[in-house]
Design a protein around this ligand. Structure first.
Ligand SMILES: [Mn+2]
Length: 338
């Protein structure tokens, strides 16, 4: 990870000092890192600096990760009038764990049209720098939570325990509990946060050992009925009937996409979940040498990181009907892998 310039850090401190109400935004379908980085930022601003900061999410986080946002953190979910009013009245807007406002969906227009200064803190490729007054963009880091940790450390911030715990949780989910994207700086951060008193055992229990039975059952279904493996490609498709049968909630299939990568010859794994409105949501994971991001850009209207990307299949655009989705996925993966 590159060091930040003194100028960047001074501007951050000046912008924060000059503002009273701060809207902290993150991406749609927020994951643990989105919640971790956004709520840690809000905790630092509120508890450390006495600012009136709130986290704004474009939509609901999954049950299993919502604990990452502390109970006393002001939180708006969805682009309802209250959220938009807080956002348009904010004197500073910060976007964490997304490369531009497009990823905040219903909050994007209000954020863009605000005259408040805007700060980006992100680890994805291709930051929309023109939307921001100050950009912290670094891809050689595990997570936005880690990036924020080093920013706060560099400005000499006193980190409240809530803030430190949220950063640990965010980094843990984005590294899939230290299984990927783990840099020397990531382990240094983890070590320092443990020394600062973060209860990592509790975080890990809440993240990975607090689910419903259905979460395990659906994993079983996906790995038996759902899984297709062909050479270096593996894919699983979850149709809406099965989602209903298992009464699945948001986030309950999180991480399943990684499992086929435990097969030695599999280089690229795709998990495709049917949503409402003619959309199939796509998650991609790959081993080094195969770019999940490129595959997503070429076939699934998406993007992301080299080894972890997301996208979608649109009925009526990519395929004529939902019945054609399995064929489309198979063809896309085979074409991509050659
Ligand atoms: Mn992230």
């Amino acid at each position: 990870m590159k060091a930040f310039t003194t100028e960047q850090l001074q501007r951050l401190v000046a912008l924060v000092k000059a503002s009273q109400s701060v809207a902290v935004l993150t991406h749609t379908h927020p994951d643990g890192d989105a919640l971790g980085s956004a709520s840690a930022m809000a905790s630092w601003l509120r508890e450390g600096l006495g600012k009136d900061a709130a986290v704004l999410l474009p939509d609901n986080p999954g049950d299993g990760i919502s604990f990452i946002v502390p109970d006393d953190c002001p939180l708006y979910i969805g682009p309802d009038p209250e959220a938009l009013s807080f956002l348009s009245g904010a004197s500073l807007i910060i976007l964490a764990d997304a490369n531009g406002f497009a990823r905040t969906e219903g909050l994007a227009d209000t954020a863009r049209s605000s005259k408040a200064p805007k700060i980006l803190i992100d680890h994805h490729v291709g930051p929309c720098s023109e939307e921001f007054d100050l950009v912290f963009s670094e891809t050689e880091v595990s997570s936005a939570s880690e990036l924020l940790y080093w920013i706060l450390t560099s400005v000499g911030a006193r980190m409240p325990l809530d803030c430190a715990s949220a950063l640990m949780a965010g980094m843990t989910t984005d590294t899939n509990n230290f299984a990927n994207s783990t840099y020397p700086s990531t382990l240094r951060m983890a070590s320092q946060l443990l020394e600062a008193g973060v209860d990592r055992d509790l975080i890990v229990r809440r993240l990975y050992q607090s689910g419903r039975e259905n979460r395990v059952r659906i994993t079983g279904w996906l790995l038996t009925e759902g899984l297709k493996v062909d050479g270096p490609a593996a894919w699983m498709i979850l149709p809406r009937e099965v989602r209903r049968e298992f009464d699945l909630r948001d986030g309950e299939t999180e991480g399943v996409v990684n499992m086929p990568l435990s097969i030695g010859r599999v280089k690229l794994s795709a998990f495709i979940k049917e949503e409402e409105g003619g959309i199939f949501r796509v998650s991609l994971r790959s081993k080094p040498g195969v770019s999940a991001r490129e595959c997503s850009q070429r076939f699934f209207h998406g993007g992301g990181h080299e080894q972890a990307a997301g996208g979608k299949i649109i009925i009526g655009e990519d395929v004529a009907s939902r019945e054609e989705v399995p064929g489309y996925v198979e063809q896309a993966l085979k074409t991509f892998l050659g």
